[in-house]
Design a protein around this ligand. Structure first.
Ligand code: NAD
Length: 469
């Protein structure tokens, strides 16, 4: 038996023992996770700085505060979420109890990416613990300092019978995926998402796939250009552009492009100073391979702002590209770096057609002071999430589901949606053991004269049609 198989068996035995079911147990593990965040905060700041020069301010916001918020929201609501949900009954079951019981799946595998290595491992973990599962976590090997920190210290806070961290590169993750899990939650690229889903299909294991893609950002002619530039630049250059919900490219008119370029130049200087390489508030690309890939994208179109690079420190300046063509390399893949191409469109319809001709993105952004424009983009396009007059902010709400559609993912989480993702909604009907006479009409030998009575007690009737008039 391989070490992974042994681990999964051990966790499944712990899950079957019922240990993770009581609310007190779940609360204790979640509180312990909170202590990890408090006590290891400096280590998290150090590890993320080593991995990709993440500014501490960005780590506080996007890694620690988001986890803390998710944790608090879950602890505040867990009692309510765990309650059985009683449902409507038909006449035949009026004397019985019918409800949805939120059952944990069992042993869950969470695979994380490197770009927000704490957030994207712990936020799903919070949901999985809250729902009463045992969990194997597989952090990304690319953000190796965070991987080491998580592997060495997180298990000290959690119950080792039920929670484990596995460190693995591609080959070992492939072997890990050969095991039967009861749920797999994957965050990463669409190509690896396909591999994970194929492995899950062998065991008919359900999956959530949180993937990436190119998020369009439409800027209409009616907007406050300075505000737009600041909000787009913040969303694009946060974490040096290595954000799954970052605006990937801008669509706007030629006139707007000219105004936007001036405002973006101002915003970039205001945020990062005259030389962003010296700014403590601008991150670096995670490694050599990723640096080479992003640097190559600078050859698309013409550099209007930025464009400087330094291979040794994996620095790529906040960059804006213009004269970009649809078939340029920068438009063929998710950029995942500090590069913002601007493409010109002739109208709102043109922008909508451009968006709809491509894979469905994780997020669509629209900037306009005209509500009609915002609503048109909302109504005529499809994406995982949507945010008007800002970028990224929709995902800070624990009350909104977060996830993709089509190429950008499958399923969703955050807050209550995480709890539901990691719970099986078990249909439960508790009937009385007596009153057998009431059941007689349904038994053979069938008597057609009893059919109307059976139908009347079990069939759902259409409400009066006049409500539609
Ligand atoms: P990735 O797909 O390369 O890796 C993600 C995880 O899968 C890592 O833990 C890695 O070790 C593992 N992995 C890699 N190859 C594997 C294989 N062949 N078999 C099994 N496991 C394998 O993604 P990444 O580079 O870490 O992250 C960047 C991608 O993730 C981008 O596409 C980005 O948009 C996406 N992403 C999505 C979200 C979201 O919430 N939707 C969030 C962050 C990142």
């Amino acid at each position: 038996m391989s070490a992974h198989t042994e681990l999964v068996s051990r966790l499944r035995a712990a899950w079957l023992s019922g240990k993770t079911r009581p609310m007190e147990y779940r609360v204790a593990q979640l509180e312990a996770l909170g202590r990890f965040l408090d006590e290891k905060k400096q280590d998290i700041l150090d590890a993320t700085a080593l991995d990709m020069g993440k500014p501490p301010f960005e780590v506080e916001l996007s890694e620690i505060s988001i986890c803390r918020s998710e944790l608090n929201h879950t602890l505040n609501n867990l009692g309510t979420w765990m309650k059985d949900k009683h449902v409507e009954k038909n006449w035949a079951t009026q004397l019985d109890s019918a409800f949805i019981h939120k059952d944990p799946y069992g042993v869950v595998l969470i695979i994380g990416p490197w770009n927000y290595p704490i957030n994207l491992l712990l936020v799903p973990l919070i949901g999985a613990i809250a729902a009463g599962n045992c969990v194997v976590m597989k952090p990304s090997e690319i953000s190796r300092n965070v991987e080491r920190l998580v592997a060495e210290t997180l298990p000290r806070y959690l119950d080792k019978d039920c929670f484990a961290v596995v460190t693995a590169g591609t080959e070992e993750t492939t072997r890990l995926l050969e095991n039967k899990f009861d749920y797999i939650f994957f965050t990463g690229s669409p190509s690896v998402g396909r591999i994970v889903m194929t492995a899950a299909a062998k065991h008919l294991t359900p999956v959530t796939l949180e993937l990436g893609g190119k998020n369009p950002c439409y800027v209409s002619d009616t907007c406050n250009v300075q505000n737009v530039a600041r909000r787009v630049a913040w969303g694009r250059f946060f974490n040096a552009g290595q954000t799954c919900v970052a605006p990937d490219y801008v669509l706007c008119s030629l006139e707007m492009q000219e105004k936007l370029l001036v405002a973006l130049r101002e915003a970039i200087t205001e945020f990062y100073g005259p030389n962003p390489q010296e700014s403590p508030d601008f991150a670096r690309i995670v490694g050599d391979k990723h640096f080479q890939r992003v640097q190559a994208l600078l050859r698309s179109g013409r550099v209007a702002i930025g464009g400087q690079t330094d291979a040794q420190t994996h620095y790529i300046a906040p960059t804006v590209l213009v004269d970009v063509q649809q078939d340029d390399p920068v438009m063929q893949e998710e950029i995942f770096g500090p590069i913002l191409p601007i493409l010109t469109v002739t109208s709102l319809d043109d922008a909508i057609a451009f968006i709809n001709a491509r894979e469905r993105p994780l997020a669509i952004y629209v900037f306009s002071s005209c509500k009609k424009v915002v609503n048109q983009v909302l109504e005529k396009t499809s994406s995982g999430g949507f945010c008007a007059n800002d970028t990224i902010m929709h995902m800070t709400l624990t009350s909104l589901p977060f996830g993709g559609i089509g190429q950008s993912g499958l399923g969703h989480y955050h807050g209550h949606y995480s709890f539901d993702t990691f719970s099986h909604p078990r249909a439960a009907l508790l009937r009385g053991a007596g009153r057998e006479a009431l059941n007689t009409p349904r038994y053979p030998p069938y008597a057609p004269r009893r059919l109307p009575l059976l139908r009347a007690t079990t069939e759902t009737k259409r409400r009066a049609a006049c409500t539609l008039l």
